[in-house]
Design a protein around this ligand. Sequence first.
Ligand code: PLP
Length: 426
Amino acid sequence: MKRDELIFDIIEKEHQRQLKGIELIASENFVSDQVMQAMGSCLTNKYAEGYPGKRYYGGCEVVDQSEQIAIDRLKQIFGAEWANVQPHSGAQANAAVFLAVLNPGDKFMGLNLAHGGHLSHGSLVNTSGIIYTPCEYNLNKDTGRVDYDQMEEIALRERPKMIIGGGSAYSREWDYKRMREIADKIGAILLVDMAHPAGLIAAGLLDNPLKYAHIVTSTTHKTLRGPRGGVIMMGKDFPNPWGKKNPKGERKMMSQLLDSAVFPGIQGGPLEHVIAAKAVAFGECLQPEYKEYQKQVKKNAAVLAQALIDRGFSIVSGGTDNHSMLVDLRTKYPELTGKVAEKALVAADITVNKNMVPFDTRSAFQTSGIRLGTPAITTRGAKEDLMLEIAEMIETVLSNVDNEAIIAQVRARVNKTMEKYPIFAY
Ligand code: PLP
């Protein structure tokens, strides 16, 4: 068969883009060679509807092994009693939890999207907000941190059946214990979506939500550094509090409901090549070097946040406890939108994304902020010295968004610098 040069040329262009640039998108990372190999393997050819040992297709004995290893390793990393590694993405993992826990129209509560929540936690254009009824909690305006007192007040008033912790642009540790206390007061299920900080949690550098939440979801491709995908876990399985009882007076266990919600509820055949890549990535999480990597991710984020503050930028909540930070551009550049900032930085091969800041007066298309994160650049070997340089380059670009010559100079410097930092796959 003739090689599809058109597509492989495009892939090579993207490879070059990744090699030459400084990647600061907080939700991205670079996987290892072996994770990439597992993803590009013959396992993509296999249909395996069902779960290990209980499939609807023949010939699944081999993929049963890799899926079971993925489950076992994931349980070991986070201390889970139960895990499902089949969700194709983080949004799918969340959708499956909604299907298992809620009925259409049921009320649930998540972090306000404009304050750092995720689309799949109640956006009106996502199934979570289309099929179910969202209410939201916010960040405190003065501290830029989750307002747990307000969360409790809203929970007692609205009585949601499920409360969701976790978000996409929140740089602070979560008080999962307090959230569980709030959930218990109203008999709600606590779901924590730890997609963003999962790698730091895996390395023991942040609190583990499995100790408090009924159910935990995550993506596998952000700080965790695996292939694109999702997972669901429980620290301890429990009977569905609202389910019908069988003649013996028992209710279905949540693990059964969650497994059925993933397949056949919202998905068909699992992506066994991706699941094998998840298993490989989880194996990497269990190695001692992984903890060192995550420590550096956290250190780099703290140094980058402080370096930006020293240059007059404002960081929401004043800093970071994890891998990410939200820069409120209004303090230093009142006229500059996140959209223009993103475009100028991308022109200098520094990739970031525009992001609304809490209580933003601009729309999600313009925004007053940019979100930055250190997982990807740290995978390439970056240390604190590069963070100081990055802060300087960001300031140079954002002070000169209309000056193509200065942006080109920064781009040349970025490209030269990144020659010293290899990407480990390819
Ligand atoms: N949950 C959170 C907290 C996220 O930040 C994201 C993605 O950014 C998701 C879920 C969705 O993950 P995916 O893009 O894999 O569907």
